[in-house]
Design a protein around this ligand. Sequence first.
Ligand code: 5GP
Ligand code: MN
Length: 337
Amino acid sequence: MNEADIQGIKTVLQTPKNIVIIPHRNPDGDAIGSTLALWHYLKKGQHNATIIAPNDYPEFLKWMPGENEIVKFDYEKDRAKEILNDANVIFTLDFNDLSRIGDMATTVSDCKATFIMIDHHQQPSDYAKFMYSDTSMSSTCEMVYNFISYLGDEALINAEMATCMYTGIMTDTGSFRFKATTSTTHRIIANLMDKGAENASIHNEIYDTNRLSRLQLLGCALKNLVVLEAYSTVYITISKDELVRYDFKKGDTEGFVNYGLSLKGIKFAAIFIENLQEPYVKMSLRSKGDFSVNEFARAHFNGGGHTNAAGGRSDDSMEKTIEKFIKILPAYKEELS
Ligand code: 5GP
Ligand code: MN
């Protein structure tokens, strides 16, 4: 963040404000962790702050400090709109374009508030007065840590904030193993532990609270895995029927795609999941090395994300979507082999 922006934000936050903090739709650990950490911080500054999430999120995130005060736009539209209309400042965290908050975008884009973006996704849109965008960052939580430091308030970080930031960094880095995990990330993690983040219990809350049916859904997904050796690619499908059979709950398929990428020699892994309510297929794409799934998702599946982790969707049937996917691959043969 440049010095002028830091000073500008300091001025804005000098007096108590009505502040709304927004994560992306279908928020993950980094989205919830970063919004909560910032929320705890702003409340210390006597601001009237509210997190409004576009929709619900998985159970494995529902233990985080302050989580029970998050307003969900899908469930409380009238109240959320009132809070948004009264906002002087709106922070948008962990997303790069208002289309990533779904239906809520219409209300948000009409707000007269000062917008502040904190995000690490590629190709950020230009809607915020203050933009802290850095695609080299491991996570938005790492950026919130920096943001608080830039404002000179590192000393205000308490155990609750540390727990939220630790969680988001851990989930967005695949437990500190993705390439964006730097020595600085580890130093920040060390500081967060000193401030009271308990690594073992956070890991346990996120990863070791499986239901048997979720493990069985994973078994089903792995049975459906197809290897396309010529393209160092694998894909997994999960149909609506399979979701119902294994009692699917929000967040159950999180991380499944990574199993594909764990196969020796594989550079590109995709998972295609039928949506339960509406007739579309949601996909998650992961890669190793230089092959950009962000570009791939943008070019073919109306999505985006990062170089090695992206998502998208298809309004075709599962069968047609897979057909399309397989047809596209030869164009990337050189990059993939
Ligand atoms: P996931 O596969 O875990 O849902 O998402 C991986 C990454 O891609 C995340 O950083 C997420 O924000 C981004 N992403 C997922 N789905 C979409 C999408 O439909 N559009 C865009 N632009 N980004 C997405
Ligand atoms: Mn993130």
